[in-house]
Design a protein. Structure first.
Length: 226
């Protein structure tokens, strides 16, 4: 009898607690299921967006492989408008810039590189876009703009040799052979084995009257003026 009483008393306590807190429990369950459903919906949406970006990129890439730049433009515009921060759009921007340069459309190439530099993911793609844009500005004769692009980079990590070589090219354009030699020497020192064109750097140094064989010694004794 006492067990029955205890059970009955517990039931009454539970019912009383539910009356006082039931609405909160229901609301919590609604929110929990809503969040879970919302997360699954977001996952599905995210996958769908990535698939769309991939499809646009693949189509653009196919057109460019066929040298059909005009046909690739609409796909690129879709990528920029709808998937601006996607890695696909970043790569498409670099590809479009190259295609524009190949057809002499330097200003449009610069625009594609600027977009990549400002929006690209992952971060190293932004650095690549900045490096290439600096080369474009140099080709346009704007040495100050080219140097500013190099100086304003947050980090050159992994691209030190490339940036040093471009600085050398800029100094050559400015007529500053001494700083150009120092920059090329720095580029050679930082060039990883099997990466980059060491022979071309040697030729650039020799063209400036520098002894390529003494590059390592000279570079270790002098810094590169930014």
């Amino acid at each position: 009898m006492s067990e029955l009483y205890d059970t009955h008393e517990q039931d009454e306590r539970v019912k009383s607690w539910l009356r006082e807190n039931g609405s909160a429990i229901v609301m919590g369950l609604v929110l929990a299921f809503g969040l879970m459903f919302g997360f699954k919906q977001w996952q599905a949406w995210d996958v769908s967006k990535r698939q769309q970006a991939s499809a646009e990129y693949q189509t653009l890439s196919s057109f460019l492989e066929e040298d059909n730049l005009d046909a690739a433009v609409p796909n690129y515009e879709v990528l920029k408008d709808q998937f601006g921060n996607s890695a696909y759009t970043a790569m498409a921007s670099l590809m479009m810039a190259k295609a524009r340069l190949d057809t002499g459309q330097i200003d449009l190439a610069a625009s594609a590189l600027i977009f990549a530099m400002e929006n690209a993911q992952p971060e190293p793609v932004k650095i690549i876009a900045r490096e290439r844009l600096a080369r474009v500005r140099l080709s346009q004769g704007d040495t100050d703009a080219a140097m500013k692009l190099l100086d304003d980079v947050n980090s050159e990590a992994g691209f030190e040799a490339q940036f040093a070589e471009i600085r050398g090219d800029i100094y050559v354009a400015k007529g500053n052979s001494e700083q150009a030699i120092k920059s090329y020497q720095s580029a050679l020192e930082q060039l990883e084995e099997g990466v980059g064109n060491r022979t071309l750097l040697d030729m650039k140094l020799e063209a400036l009257g520098a002894d390529a064989a003494s590059v390592n010694t000279d570079a270790s004794e002098s810094g590169v003026e930014q």
